[in-house]
Design a protein around this ligand. Structure first.
Ligand SMILES: Cc1cc2nc3c(=O)[nH]c(=O)nc-3n(C[C@H](O)[C@H](O)[C@H](O)COP(=O)(O)O)c2cc1C
Length: 117
């Protein structure tokens, strides 16, 4: 799988929008991830609003590069209703890696911003 060897963190971005179909494909890749007991704890917020992107880029000292991104994908999970909540962060990390690899595969660049825990 070439993306494993090709992907690197990208922190500078071109000022052109990302096609909706590419965003959907990235989300599909995320949700294709395996999860503990198939609990699929994830939800993904896709942020394209410029003001919100800038606001989010200020929420952590290492997130500044997000300010110039066209799209932020914010993966979240809730503990309620999960069968094995203690595994949710592992599930989320796998989904996040799928997001990153699919992004690379579509010719886009991105970086994982570690806001959590
Ligand atoms: C869990 C996790 C959290 C990370 N958090 C940040 C972050 O907050 N800001 C950032 O610029 N890069 C972040 N990164 C990217 C790493 O710095 C990067 O993956 C590492 O330096 C290796 O470089 P590469 O991705 O180009 O191979 C994070 C990566 C991971 C896996």
């Amino acid at each position: 799988m070439n993306e494993i060897f090709h992907r690197v963190s990208i922190r500078r971005f071109e000022a052109r929008p990302v096609e909706r179909e590419k965003i959907l494909q990235i989300l599909r890749a995320a949700m294709q991830s395996p999860s503990t007991g198939d609990q699929r704890p994830w939800e993904f917020y896709v942020v394209t609003d410029r003001e919100k992107i800038v606001e989010l880029s200020r929420c952590h000292k290492y997130a500044g590069c997000a300010a110039n991104a066209q799209v932020l994908i914010v993966p979240v999970y809730r503990n309620e209703g999960l069968w094995l909540p203690e595994y949710a962060q592992i599930d989320m990390a796998i989904a996040q890696e799928n997001i990153w690899l699919e992004t690379d595969s579509l010719g886009l660049g991105g970086v994982w911003l570690g806001i959590a825990p």
